[in-house]
Design a protein around this ligand. Structure first.
Ligand SMILES: Cc1cc2nc3c(=O)[nH]c(=O)nc-3n(C[C@H](O)[C@H](O)[C@H](O)COP(=O)(O)OP(=O)(O)OC[C@H]3O[C@@H](n4cnc5c(N)ncnc54)[C@H](O)[C@@H]3O)c2cc1C
Length: 324
């Protein structure tokens, strides 16, 4: 392995939060900043939502009066902001491990192989993922073909123009679930059934009203104790309280969990139940010089919130650097 390269700031993740932090830190005059992204493009989750004629805009620009935009357009706007700075962008580079005390990251990329980077301060903006069947506890049964998470659905629908189901059933009722129902209907599927173990949908009233422009999914939630996925080779339905609801494909949406595995591996304190890193003032983590931003902080936040949160976290980083 080559010797360790040193930076003022390292940012893990080039989604909205990481880019917000990079742009703000650069504007505050910090010279040596690198942003590390495992994917081959910047933009994070929004970049997976492709722009399409007749497609569904699922990201809201609150700073532009609340206009809905395509994720891809938002990701391109983020990229433009990043390219205006001198921040070093490392694509196809995954952070494998961290040494929190020494502030060292071990990275791997096809270009450099395995290398170590160190920094005076590090921002973790690793995003979140959807909870799995096992983690949800109330979701049992088999795991046949045609059960997808949102990202896989996006790769098929937006990435490859394939419609993987005609009669969708969506598990999870937040904005992501309603957005998936709208996208499936816009691509030619019928209205989805959305199920959740809560009395009403999690998605807000105005967001649901907006997605009604494309689809009017049927919500089933009240008094659901457990859901069992049925079907031998391919999903054929779900059993809700003993009653079968047929479908030919299932999408598991929402219930986001922070990607805090790296923090855990580095002995940074993480709430084990929620997987949120423990955050103090200025978004500082339990090890000095480590910060978190965006969806890593837990909860469901849209891209614009994450971008501005990244900018706020940058202020905390600058305060920290001025005190050390
Ligand atoms: C499946 C899914 C669908 C969503 N759909 C919507 C939607 O339609 N509308 C909406 O408003 N919001 C949606 N959201 C919420 C969305 O996550 C936020 O809007 C926003 O993208 C979060 O920004 P972020 O920067 O915190 O995380 P992300 O956008 O997830 O970016 C994190 C980045 O970190 C990188 N990364 C993570 N770990 C490493 C590592 N070890 N090494 C290197 N790079 C790493 C990832 O590759 C990623 O690019 C969705 C979330 C998910 C999970």
């Amino acid at each position: 392995m080559n010797s360790t390269k040193h930076f003022n700031i390292l940012i893990i993740g080039a989604g909205p939060a990481g880019i917000g932090a990079a742009v703000a830190l650069s504007k505050r005059g910090i010279k040596s900043i690198a942003i590390i992204e495992r994917s081959d493009k910047v933009g994070g989750i929004p970049s997976f939502y492709k722009k399409k004629k007749g497609g569904v805009r699922t990201f809201i620009r609150w700073s532009r009066g609340g206009i809905p935009v395509f994720g891809e357009d938002y990701a391109q706007w983020l990229e433009k902001q990043l390219l205006k700075t001198k921040v070093q962008i490392e694509l196809q580079t995954q952070v494998l491990n961290i040494d929190a005390k020494k502030k060292i990251l071990t990275l791997v990329s096809p270009k450099e192989g395995e290398v170590n980077y160190s920094a005076d301060a590090i921002v973790m903006a690793c995003g979140s993922r959807e909870e799995t069947l096992a983690e949800r506890g109330w979701l049992g049964g088999s795991r046949p073909v045609r059960v997808f998470f949102t990202k896989q659905l996006l790769c098929l629908l937006d990435g490859n123009h394939l419609l993987p189901m005609n009669n969708p059933l969506i598990i999870g009722s937040d904005l992501i679930g309603y957005a998936a129902a709208a996208k499936l209907k816009a691509a030619g599927a019928s209205n989805a059934v959305i199920v959740d173990n809560r009395s009403g949908p999690k998605c807000g009233f105005f967001e649901r009203l907006y997605f009604r422009l494309w689809s009017n999914p049927k919500y089933q939630g009240l008094s659901i104790k457990s859901i069992e996925i049925t079907g031998n080779k391919t999903a054929s339905g779900v059993k809700l309280n003993g009653k079968n609801i047929p479908c030919d494909g299932i999408v598991i949406c929402g219930e986001l969990i922070p990607n805090s595995e790296l923090a855990l591996n580095g002995n940074i304190k993480v709430e084990l139940h929620s997987r949120k890193p423990v955050v103090a003032e200025d978004y500082q983590l339990s090890e000095p010089g480590w910060f978190a931003a965006g969806n890593m902080l837990g909860g469901f936040h849209g891209a614009e919130w994450c971008y501005f949160n990244g900018r706020r976290v940058a202020r905390g980083v600058v305060n920290y650097l001025s005190q050390t």
